[in-house]
Design a protein around this ligand. Structure first.
Ligand SMILES: Cc1cc2nc3c(=O)[nH]c(=O)nc-3n(C[C@H](O)[C@H](O)[C@H](O)COP(=O)(O)OP(=O)(O)OC[C@H]3O[C@@H](n4cnc5c(N)ncnc54)[C@H](O)[C@@H]3O)c2cc1C
Length: 112
């Protein structure tokens, strides 16, 4: 993750911003968003550092989940994967307005 999303006339977008989610390795959507936000800033319709704040927050939440995942043992992984085949998995993969990963990261944070 970059310290500053913009230095002078240089905008850090995509991988250079640090859009890859540490938890699942996704990043295409946020990469495209950083391009759009940079264009909005250049056209005078917003501030790139402010527009990218939500991506930075999402990165931090994802990092919490990644750190939790790294503490798991093989048996815990087996249990987790088994659970994905049940109601927890259904909830996680079903389109919803609520972000289950956001909730999970808040719940896990005090234990890390
Ligand atoms: C193995 C793997 C699997 C992934 N799976 C997913 C997934 O399932 N879902 C998801 O959302 N994200 C996934 N990602 C992450 C996603 O690919 C990246 O977050 C996203 O592609 C980053 O976009 P970008 O435009 O910043 O960089 P890139 O997509 O890497 O684009 C940069 C481009 O710049 C070109 N380039 C580099 N240097 C120069 C130069 N000097 N001159 C001209 N061109 C140059 C490169 O050739 C490249 O085409 C995955 C990443 C990896 C590595």
């Amino acid at each position: 993750m970059c310290k500053e999303p913009r230095i002078g006339n240089t905008f850090f977008t995509g991988n250079c911003f640090g859009t890859i989610m540490p938890f699942l390795g996704f990043g295409q959507f946020d990469s495209i968003l950083t391009g759009i936000y940079a264009a909005e800033d250049l056209s005078g319709n917003g501030s790139y550092p402010i527009l990218t704040k939500s991506i930075r927050k999402s990165y931090e939440r994802s990092l919490t989940l990644r750190r939790a995942m790294e503490k798991l043992s093989n048996n815990s992984y087996d249990l987790l994967v088994k659970q994905l085949n049940g109601p927890i998995g259904k909830r996680l993969f079903k389109p919803s307005r609520r972000d289950p990963l956001k909730i999970a990261s808040y719940l896990i944070r005090p234990f890390l």
